[in-house]
Design a protein around this ligand. Structure first.
Ligand code: FAD
Length: 470
């Protein structure tokens, strides 16, 4: 005899409890909707990538204690578009930009406390005190206080539709088996990308992508995207690309968290043959860290060394500490030759590379907070800014590589966060927020905006779904 699948009812079902899902669930609840939050992870591992991140946020606003320069809406919009080489969906980034300050105020009202993030002239930023973990904990506590049902260890598997094509719920797998969660207002997909799914990584990102360091949660395995595509949702955005960062190559292979080297631009990248291969000072770190991490992964055996002399560490120990986020110690030596021996790079070649670099430096004044134009000339690969000689021992080396944070491919959505069908019409009852929304990031990443987009579009999705419950 076939078992009958039990059903439960609500107004809004939200799939995934990171910043996007939490923002959707809280907003829908504030609209008076009955909400169920479906979360695959156990309670102790809740929060998704958001909970593992620093959760730094950069957004356009007037000068304040976190951002002494401020940034105008138009500058922010244009920078976002530029970083995506003009491909980001203008309607979506306009919505993001216009609603960003409101979203940050809303998080503050919910009890999130802020501190200064890592400074960078391309955009100062703030981060929650206690990082992403504290951010999601604050939001979960708010939901819990209001009595919202959070179904942990429950994986959404399949969208339920009626004959008109409207999404009326979602089938989930709980520890006891399947349940159909019926949702009168709609279902919000906020279940991250496919970064933790090796099969999908190989399928969309390339042959060797089964073996890449996973920075974030193991649970973002792409079901939200798959189940939407199965009912005809339009794929959108850059399915063949992803966010990555310059990481300590000794990071654990999954859920390593923040192990990045965020100050690489003040040093040099040296490959296994002792050569430079990137213009480390091409632009501010925010504009280069994603593409450099991929360039390192694609260069020779995929690991390089970030070499520093002692000046950055001695001159600003606080900035150094906040920017070197690995817990591993650097390799350290009094001479470049000794350092090369330790990291097993041909010593003569590495020494020659760095001496040639030092000699090619042009006059100018070093300023880490500006594109200072302190450059080299005449090298096969020049350095465009911050090109100080490496001449102050001890010398330090971090082995670096890339690691995947989240995927760029997603679903086509309108500014109401409603998912579009391949036929061009809206799929009634289906919303998307956070990582599975496509068309925001292409090739590169606008630093410190992924948590923000989760909050902005999560709130929009939650509100629209709640108001559609009839
Ligand atoms: C180490 C690290 C540092 C970062 N630093 C920053 C930063 O400083 N600033 C910034 O803006 N961004 C940063 N990011 C990126 C950013 O944190 C994420 O992209 C963003 O928080 C994603 O939010 P989200 O809500 O879309 O997804 P998530 O927070 O990942 O939430 C998705 C949730 O969906 C759940 N889920 C998945 N599949 C299912 C399913 N089938 N059923 C039910 N639940 C499911 C997951 O368990 C997870 O809880 C960082 C990421 C990492 C990993």
């Amino acid at each position: 005899m076939l078992d009958t699948i039990p059903e439960i009812d609500c107004d809004v079902a939200v799939i995934g409890g990171g910043i996007a899902g939490l923002s959707a669930a809280i907003t829908a609840m504030h609209e008076g909707a009955e909400v169920i939050l479906i979360e695959k992870a156990p309670k102790l591992q809740r929060g998704g990538n958001t909970g593992i991140a620093d959760a730094q946020i950069r957004y356009p606003h007037e000068p304040d204690e976190y951002c002494p320069t401020g940034q105008s809406t138009e500058d922010f919009f244009n920078a976002f578009l530029r970083v995506s080489r003009g491909r980001a969906n203008k309607d979506l980034i306009r919505t993001l930009v216009d609603n960003a300050a409101d979203a940050v105020d809303w998080l503050t009202e919910l009890g999130v406390q802020w501190e200064k993030g890592y400074p960078n002239v391309a955009g100062y930023r703030r981060q929650p005190v206690g990082g992403g973990w504290q951010l999601v904990d604050t939001l979960y506590k708010h939901l819990e206080r209001e009595g919202v049902h959070v179904a942990y260890e429950t994986a959404a598997e399949q969208l339920l539709t009626d004959r008109s094509g409207r999404v009326i719920g979602v089938r989930v797998l709980e520890p006891e088996g399947y349940t159909d969660v019926k949702a009168r207002g709609g279902v919000v997909i906020a279940s991250g990308g496919f970064e933790a799914n090796p099969e999908m990584r190989v399928r969309y990102l390339g042959r060797f992508m089964d073996n890449i360091i996973l920075r974030g949660t193991r649970y973002n395995t792409g079901e939200g995207l798959k189940m939407a595509l199965e009912i005809g949702a339009m794929p959108a955005g850059q399915w063949g690309d992803f966010h990555s960062a310059v990481l300590d190559a000794r990071s654990t292979p999954f859920e390593c968290g923040v192990t990045a080297i965020y100050i690489f631009q003040l040093g040099l990248f040296i490959d296994e043959d002792g050569e430079r291969f990137l213009d480390e000072g091409e632009d501010f770190r925010d504009q280069t860290y994603v593409k450099f991490s991929k360039a390192i992964m694609n260069h020779k055996n995929g690991v390089a060394f970030n070499i520093f002399d002692s000046k950055p560490r001695l001159e600003d120990p606080d900035a150094w500490k906040r920017a070197i986020r690995t817990a591993e110690d650097p390799y350290e030596a009094e001479t470049l030759r000794e350092l090369a021996d330790i990291i097993q790079v041909p010593a003569e070649r590495m020494e020659r590379t760095i001496q040639t670099f030092n000699a090619a430096r042009q006059p100018g004044t070093f300023d880490p907070l500006r594109l200072d134009g302190l450059c080299t000339k005449g090298l096969a690969v020049n350095k465009s800014n911050w090109a100080r000689p490496l001449d102050t021992p001890p010398f330090l080396a971090y082995p670096v590589t890339g690691g995947i944070t989240f995927t760029f491919g997603g679903l086509k959505a309108n500014p109401n966060a409603q998912v579009m069908h391949t036929s061009g019409r809206i799929i009634p009852g289906l919303y998307v927020a956070g990582e599975p929304m496509g068309e925001l990031y292409y090739y590169n990443y606008m630093g410190a905006t992924s948590v923000l987009r989760g909050a902005v579009f999560g709130r929009i999705a939650g509100k629209h779904a709640a108001r559609s419950r009839g």
